[in-house]
Design a protein around this ligand. Structure first.
Ligand SMILES: [Zn+2]
Length: 282
């Protein structure tokens, strides 16, 4: 159930705020950090989620619980998992898996263009219901990675490769930090340096940087330096080539960005960069 009202508790008083007026509050920053559930007797802390793809709402602060009779009470997955020991491992994504991710992005985009529907088919997932008695006693939490030093090789021990979630430039949140995600966006600018390339993507007023750094160039084919040079020349002439890729979400200079680690983890206009460039010059 979405929450649209909260109580702002300060040292002096308590005040009801809603998602419609909170941003206009003169102490907005302080308000954001001191929000609580409005249900009588419930002390759960809330956080404000500004308008993104959906309208603004309040969500329950991580690891906070509502009292049992609160209308916003729900059993947390974490509570049910308490009896299990949870271990986290990173698994390197195979090229085949990343290829599927990128192929699916293209497919979804084509479908969306065909039907005129928005590209995220935002099907609402029901809140997971957890039977505390079910499941094994150990849960292995597997995190996808394309970087060095993965704990597991792809598909090791017959474990399925973890899925890669897609994010748009505007719906990235701090929850995506340090996770491997897929992103699409239109290239506005390309910067090339020694063992370094930076693509700037644009979505409305949202700007987003894709980094290719030393690790990438040390492991990719030697031609990549030239590919990015060529891409830079093309981007100077024409903005709006489509980038799609899989990489690590980071935050630099207070902005979300993506680090791409491998030559086959991204495409330009749905083609590997070598193919894209070859087709253009053909
Ligand atoms: Zn509550």
């Amino acid at each position: 159930m979405s929450i649209y009202e909260a109580i702002y508790k300060s040292d002096e008083n308590e005040e009801m705020v809603t998602v419609f007026n909170i941003e206009q509050h003169e102490n907005f920053t302080d308000v954001k950090n001191n929000l609580y559930c409005t249900y009588q007797g419930c002390t759960a802390r809330l956080s404000y989620v500004p308008k993104g793809k959906v309208r603004a709402y309040f969500k329950t602060w991580p690891k906070e619980d509502h009292t049992q009779d609160c209308v916003d009470y729900f059993e947390r997955v974490a509570t049910a998992n308490k009896q299990r020991s949870v271990a986290t491992s990173t698994m390197e994504l195979s090229e085949k898996h990343v290829k599927n991710v990128l192929d699916n992005l293209r497919k979804k985009r084509k479908e969306a263009a065909g039907t005129g529907k928005p590209k995220s088919g935002n099907k609402k997932k029901p809140r997971p219901t957890v039977d505390p008695g079910s499941g094994e006693n150990t849960t292995l939490n597997i995190v996808p990675t394309t970087g060095p030093n993965a704990d597991l090789a792809s598909g090791e021990d017959n474990v399925r490769e973890p899925s890669v979630r897609n994010r748009s430039l505007i719906n990235l949140t701090v929850d995506d930090l340090n996770w491997t995600r897929s992103i699409e966006g239109y290239i506005q600018n390309v910067e090339v340096g020694d063992k370094r390339a930076v693509l700037q993507l644009q979505d409305g007023s949202n700007s987003f940087l894709i980094y290719f750094e030393e690790y990438f160039f040390d492991n990719a084919a030697v031609n990549f330096g030239r590919y990015f040079q060529d891409l830079q020349n093309l981007a100077n002439e024409h903005q709006g080539y489509l980038f799609s890729g899989v990489g690590l979400i980071e935050q630099r200079n207070n902005q979300f960005c993506m680090l791409v680690n491998r030559g086959n983890d991204f495409r330009i206009d749905d083609q590997y960069i070598a193919v894209f460039l070859a087709n253009l010059s053909a």
